[in-house]
Design a protein around this ligand. Structure first.
Ligand SMILES: [Zn+2]
Length: 297
């Protein structure tokens, strides 16, 4: 029995014995490690598939558990391969199952027969799976010949002429890079000249009307010019009409004032008034100019 409790007997010496298990001469895993010196550990193992026992020929269902002897028997690369030896509970015959790391499964090695339960679609009312690639179809030599002749004809009659025409075109375009460049640069210079001229004109207009530099001005165009002119004349006519109406209105008021009690002709007084106002304005202008000069000094 392994040391479950923590009772330390009087003759126990920690330096000599190390642990309670070693003091009692037991393994930490107890009875399950009774064959540990042979590299065998007893584990609970559950059957991963249905088998038929090789000794008594009984069917043993998947999931039946045994106290199996687990042993490492080799490696697949760095993965250990384990074997499990179990004793049949019906006949006491031994059978052995191994891990198969390569195919990630278990295989029966001896003493039993595994029930073949691979899915067969044909057997279960489905369609058989056929491997479509790999096996090449048998080649009809005449068909193959015909195919190659067609390909050759296509190559000769379609592909080669097309390629040649493309090459001709490319040669024409790239034969004289110097003259091409010259032409291109000349064109660019002309365009640049026109563009700069226009920018200069636009700048002048912007300066005159204090427009923001980001404002895009309309393009000069005969039609646009005509339209603008038309609009301007219309607006002008409208304005003149309005002014003439406004000029007529004071005369009407003067007539009404004439019909008033005073009987002073405001029409005759008006020129005198405006003259006075003009004189005052010019005087103040002169004064302010003088002030300015004085301040300047
Ligand atoms: Zn059996």
């Amino acid at each position: 029995m392994q040391g479950f409790n923590k009772y330390y007997p009087p003759d126990y010496d920690g330096e000599k014995h190390g642990s309670l298990n070693s003091y009692r001469g037991k393994h930490a895993l107890g009875d399950r490690a009774r064959k540990i010196d042979q590299g065998i550990l007893i584990v609970r193992f559950e059957l991963p598939f249905n088998i038929w026992c090789g000794t008594c020929n009984n069917h043993i269902g998947m999931g039946v558990r045994y106290n199996a002897e687990k042993k490492k028997i080799g490696n697949y690369y760095s993965t250990p391969i384990f074997s499990f030896r179990c004793k049949c509970h019906l006949c006491s015959g031994w059978f052995e199952i191994q891990t198969d790391p390569k195919n990630t499964r278990y295989v029966v090695v001896s003493g039993a027969r595994q029930k073949d339960e691979d899915w067969n679609p044909e057997e279960n009312g489905g369609f058989a799976v056929h491997d479509t690639d790999g096996k090449a179809e048998s080649i009809d030599p005449l068909a193959a010949l015909e195919k190659t002749t067609d390909a050759q004809n296509h190559h000769k009659n379609v592909q080669v002429p097309r390629l040649e025409s493309l090459m001709d075109l490319s040669e024409q375009c790239n034969a004289d890079p110097y003259s091409l460049s010259l032409k291109l640069r000349r064109q660019f210079r002309q365009d640049k000249k026109v563009r700069l001229e226009k920018e200069k004109e636009d700048g002048k207009v912007r300066d005159r009307y204090a427009l923001p530099t980001t404002l895009k001005l309309a393009e000069d165009d005969e039609k646009a010019l005509e339209e603008a002119k038309d609009q301007w004349t219309k607006a002008r006519q409208k304005k003149l009409l309005l002014e003439s109406k406004q000029r007529k209105l004071p005369t009407m008021t003067s007539i009404t004032s004439l019909s008033g009690s005073r009987g002073v002709a405001s029409t005759s007084a008006a020129p005198g008034l405006t003259g006075l106002r003009a004189r005052i304005l010019s005087n103040t202008a002169k004064q302010s100019a003088r002030q300015k000069i004085a301040d300047g000094r």
